[in-house]
Design a protein around this ligand. Structure first.
Ligand code: GAR
Length: 471
């Protein structure tokens, strides 16, 4: 078992501090492995840089969270779940709040482009610092590596490097000089500091994460499943990208669809509630929250390596069905409520995906210019265009108790694009969906276009879409 220190990185911009650190790790000067880079900006250059070094990347958008604290709980949980021991800020422009600072005491390092305590504090980052240095007319500047605590730029200093300034500097020339000094200072500080850190006990979730109700993962702040049409999810991992949205449509008052997409791109799918709008909403959410919970408890990253993905999915879907069935019988005394469920689990190490289907939500594959429909509907003569026919044979919670699932294994190839959708999208017609695949749009554009197509068809039903680009 590897006992190497695991390093997590937060970056908002170009990632100019990364190459020298990652090279020092690669060459063995720093005995560690870089495990995950999270950025709050989808266009941060640091993402591509990290991917070139084979590091997992994640984009988390702060505006999808209710508060700074909720966002930082999620950050801390993502690192904690990957057993990250130490976090490096590399041009990260957000000020960290208590949930992450307390989860990682003396284990978050920052590099600041001045000689602290001069030119530090709120608003002092990047070029702002060098402009202030220039205006003040100081003759030396430099950079500081320090530990992060609750006071901005005031944590204990681990190392500093001085840069001489001439009379002819601009903010840009100062920045270049300082960044050259940073290239040496950050790895040096790490070489010294990393070996002093005792091992963390990852079985114990820090109270600052747990108390926020996250259970050590995504939490109430931003669960991995959602039915809120104002939200869209976009994640990258390695070269894979996923995008999900869930929309009310034009005619329905409630959204009975629920989408799941875990940030590690392991689980993805859609559920469409069956029954009254209210009951349907409850059941599809129940299906996804049960799946998420099972995933957090059993499918954690460490355990998954030895897990048989297909068996896990089959077992979990059967248990999910039982949950819904019990709830329907015991809590509302009904047998005709439930949910469809089409869900995939990605075994990226083996380039495989297992997909389970119950009901009439669908999965499609686009490969080498052809669209394949992967799932068959468990319904009799249902005509999505007229909305007539119907008669679902199988769904979660299953009618008079009938339940079935189709499970299959799909080998994935580079450039495969997968689409999971609820039947609401089918109003746009299958032909139009195939044409949209053909147009080869970027993932978000593709998702938004499909939704617009459903709208152009009157969007009588809720519409959910999850797309995976497998690179
Ligand atoms: C670095 O100079 C670093 O010191 C600074 O941002 C630059 C990296 O950003 N950090 C701060 O100002 C933190 N207060 P980049 O990766 O976008 O070039």
């Amino acid at each position: 078992m590897s006992t190497k220190l695991k390093i997590g990185i937060l970056a908002s911009g170009a990632g100019s501090n990364l190459p020298s650190i990652l090279q020092a790790i690669q060459s063995g000067q720093i005995e560690a492995e870089a495990t995950l880079l999270i950025s709050n900006r989808a266009n941060a250059g640091a993402l591509a840089l990290a991917q070139r070094f084979g590091i997992e990347t994640l984009i988390l958008k702060p505006d999808l969270f209710n508060s700074k604290e909720e966002f930082d709980v999620r950050l801390a949980s993502e690192f904690w779940n990957r057993k990250v021991d130490l976090i490096l800020l590399c041009g990260y422009t957000r000020i960290l709040s208590l949930p992450i600072i307390k989860a990682y005491p003396k284990r978050i390092l920052n590099i600041h482009p001045s000689l602290l305590p001069a030119f530090g504090g709120k608003g002092m980052y990047g070029i702002n610092v060098h402009n202030a240095v220039l205006q003040r007319g100081v003759k030396v500047s430099g950079c500081t590596v320090h530990l992060v605590d609750e006071n901005v730029d005031e944590g204990p200093i681990l190392g500093q490097a001085i840069v001489e300034l001439s009379d002819f500097e601009t903010a840009e020339t100062i920045k270049n000089k300082v960044q050259q000094a940073e290239e040496k200072l950050y790895p040096q500080a790490l070489i010294k500091y990393a070996p002093t850190l005792p091992a963390l006990n990852f079985a114990e979730i820090p109270y600052s994460i747990k108390e926020s109700g996250s259970g050590g993962k995504s939490g109430t702040a931003q669960p991995d499943f959602f039915d809120d049409e104002r939200k869209e999810y976009f994640y990258t991992k390695g070269n894979c990208t996923a995008y999900a949205l869930c929309d009310l449509g034009l005619k329905r008052k409630e959204n009975a669809d629920t989408v799941i997409l875990t940030s590690d791109l392991k689980i993805m799918g859609v559920a469409d509630g069956v029954g009254s709008a209210k009951e349907g909403k409850q059941t599809s959410r129940m299906a996804m929250s049960f799946l998420e919970k099972k995933w957090l408890n059993e499918g954690s990253i460490a355990k998954l390596k030895s897990l048989d993905h297909g068996s896990w999915l089959r077992k979990t879907v059967i248990e999910t069905n039982q949950q819904i069935l019990n709830w329907a019988r015991q809590s509302i005394n009904k047998v005709d409520v439930g949910s469809t469920l089409v869900v995939g689990i990605l075994d990226d190490e083996n380039h495989e995906m297992y997909i389970s289907n119950t009901g009439d939500s669908r999965a499609y594959l686009w490969r080498s210019g052809t669209m394949y429909r992967l799932t068959r509907d468990h319904s009799e003569n249902f005509d999505p265009e007229s909305g007539e026919g119907g008669g679902l044979l199988f769904y979660m919670g299953g009618g008079q108790g009938s339940f079935g699932l189709d499970l299959f294994q799909l080998r994935l190839y580079p450039k495969d694009r997968l689409l999971f959708c609820s039947d609401g999208l089918l109003y746009a017609t299958e032909d139009l969906i195939a044409n949209r695949f053909q147009e080869n749009m970027a993932i978000k554009e593709f998702g938004k276009q499909l939704l617009e197509d459903a709208y152009n068809a009157g969007a009588p039903d809720n519409t959910s879409i999850v797309i995976l680009d497998y690179a």
